[in-house]
Design a protein around this ligand. Structure first.
Ligand SMILES: [Zn+2]
Length: 390
């Protein structure tokens, strides 16, 4: 992943700052300033009224109070009166995203990054397809796990037979370009039973990924599976559990700093179809986790089930997070800073702070007053390029 980021920066430098002889031309850099907006910068700090964001090339040069803003003389000024600027949102649990139209729809509604948590058919060119799709600035940035790693006949697609085999296969995935490793800890879902990875295999997968500065996301659906995920040392849980999670498990998750991706949209649809109480249980678990100080990242499991999901801004998921007791600010932080963290992009994305990549969502109104305004897109900036301007 970091090699891709370096290539990205080099290509930006070549495209913008250097002429054909490779000589710097300072005047060729594009600078613009978003002024007169409410700034919610993704850190969870108080919003700033009458704020300015200065963007140079693809980076944020300044964000904060307009009074303090060192707007360069040559900057293009964009007045955002009545609007709110936030970091581009990140949906950390999607599928069917090797798809130009879907990536364009996400980006156009301010979801500037998505994280694929498993393809059905993994081939050696999976990650090069990702790179081609992701290089279009009008597409959401695509991060991808490749296949879901599992045991023989398990829930998932890449089967490992032993700890040694797990190490080999994970190393191979990372060499091919996986942004993260997705594992399944699932033995009983939708009236199907599956064998599980052993604890030793899970630990080996996690250690192999962590040695390569890569995170591991675990599919779980039940409390006892979470216990395996915690002892294995995973970084995030890809679904909320649909049985009641004990206080001790919640405390363990918070202590170990394991993030949780609720996918309430998935559980709502499954619950409606089969008349289950999973959706209510999932919301209650989320409420307990947040009350205990747990960190949540935004994720819906888009296209992970046969029912339709919100494509673009996942507004239903967001409103259900509120129903589960999260404040609008907590939801925004989960969709930005926290989601960037589990994508391992916390140094370059997730907040509107100087030095970060300029992925900005501008909406009409104030989402702290009404979360529905998050679906009222005014402007989207992706990699410093204005891709939507209404
Ligand atoms: Zn999924």
């Amino acid at each position: 992943m970091f090699i891709r980021i370096i290539i990205f920066f080099v290509s930006i430098a070549l495209a913008v700052n250097l002429n054909s002889n490779g000589i710097m031309h300072k005047d060729s850099t594009k600078v613009f300033a978003l002024v007169n907006c409410l700034l919610i910068n993704g850190t969870g700090n108080e919003p700033i009224e009458n704020a300015t964001i200065i963007i140079r090339d693809n980076l944020i040069e300044f964000s904060g109070k307009s009074l303090d803003a060192p707007i360069p003389d040559n900057a293009e000024i964009i007045d955002l009166k009545g609007a709110t600027a936030l970091p581009g949102f990140i949906n950390t649990h999607v599928h069917q995203d090797y798809n130009d139209a879907n990536l364009k729809k996400w980006a156009a509604e301010g979801v500037t990054t998505v994280r694929d948590l498993g393809v059905r058919e993994y081939t050696p060119d999976t990650f090069s397809k990702r790179d081609i799709l992701s290089s279009d600035v009008f597409n959401a940035r695509l991060l991808a796990a490749g296949p879901i790693v599992t045991t023989v006949n398990g829930y998932g697609t890449m089967e490992v037979t032993s700890p040694g085999d797990a190490e080999d296969k994970v190393n191979n995935l990372l060499e091919n370009g996986a942004d993260l490793v997705k594992i399944a800890i699932e033995d009983n879902l939708q009236m199907r039973t599956f064998p599980l990875l052993t604890e030793e295999e899970i630990k080996t997968i996690v250690n192999t990924a962590h040695k390569n500065d890569t995170k591991v996301s675990a599919h779980i659906s039940r409390t006892y599976q979470i216990a395996m995920a915690i002892s294995g040392g995973v970084d995030d849980l890809a679904h909320m559990a649909v049985d009641e999670v004990s206080d001790s498990i919640i405390i363990n998750l918070v202590t170990e700093n394991i993030y949780w991706v609720p996918t309430l949209e998935l559980w709502k649809e499954v619950s409606d179809m089969y008349e289950l109480d999973w959706f209510d249980i999932a919301k209650n678990n989320l409420k307990k986790f947040v009350s205990a100080g747990g960190k949540v990242a935004l994720g819906t499991d888009y296209a992970g089930y046969i029912t339709p999901f919100d494509l673009g801004m996942p507004i239903r998921e967001i409103l259900w997070m509120k129903d589960a007791g999260m404040t609008p600010m907590q939801i925004i932080v989960s969709a930005t800073k926290n989601s960037a963290f589990i994508c391992n992009l916390q140094d370059i994305l997730g907040t509107l702070e100087s030095g970060k990549i300029a992925d900005v969502l501008v909406v009409n109104g104030n989402p702290l007053v009404d979360l529905n305004t998050l679906a009222n897109t005014k402007m989207v900036i992706h990699n410093g390029v204005v891709i939507v301007n209404k």
